[in-house]
Ligand binder design. Sequence first.
Ligand SMILES: CC(C)(COP(=O)(O)OP(=O)(O)OC[C@H]1O[C@@H](n2cnc3c(N)ncnc32)[C@H](O)[C@@H]1OP(=O)(O)O)[C@@H](O)C(=O)NCCC(=O)NCCS
Length: 159
Amino acid sequence: MNCTIRPLTPDDEPFLWEMLYQAIHVPDGHAPISRDVLHLPELARYLRGWGREGDCGFLAAVGQPVGAVWLRLLVGEERGYGYVAEDTPELSIALLPEFRGRGIGTQLLTRLFASPCGDSPISLSVSADDPAVRLYRRLGFEVVGESGGSLTMVRDRGR
Ligand SMILES: CC(C)(COP(=O)(O)OP(=O)(O)OC[C@H]1O[C@@H](n2cnc3c(N)ncnc32)[C@H](O)[C@@H]1OP(=O)(O)O)[C@@H](O)C(=O)NCCC(=O)NCCS
């Protein structure tokens, strides 16, 4: 699908909160979860104060914003679900539901990996039953850990 991709700016934070919500995997047949979960510190840390040093990402638009991918270093007491090392940022990605499965996620990830911030190791956490696992494998991520139904994956380019 034809979309435009541009770097994220601090002004994109409101849209990214919606993307963080959309990134939460809800297994088929399960009821949607409340947006209140975004207040949980373990989720909010992926975005709060977007635009700090090291934050990096891209937004996809089809006329209007439809998806985003972003990296943030989450270390120390702020460790994220996909923590592997103090110098490895974690990746988040999501699209609005009606724009999934049409190649936009692949375009976002490819653009990120071609940018300077894609030139070092990147980690993520994903539910083992999320179809995104196949996409991540195809684009060079490998499983490095498993816990409670989630996989930790790392793309080790640049090290
Ligand atoms: C994951 C996501 C960003 C991928 O973007 P996309 O544009 O749908 O992906 P593409 O069309 O480029 O590639 C298709 C691949 O995405 C994966 N995928 C993940 N969720 C999908 C969905 N709902 N529909 C279709 N494909 C999906 C599949 O692995 C598919 O690979 P396949 O063709 O081998 O089956 C997007 O589907 C999404 O927002 N999913 C829900 C949020 C999510 O799971 N985020 C990841 C949390 S770790």
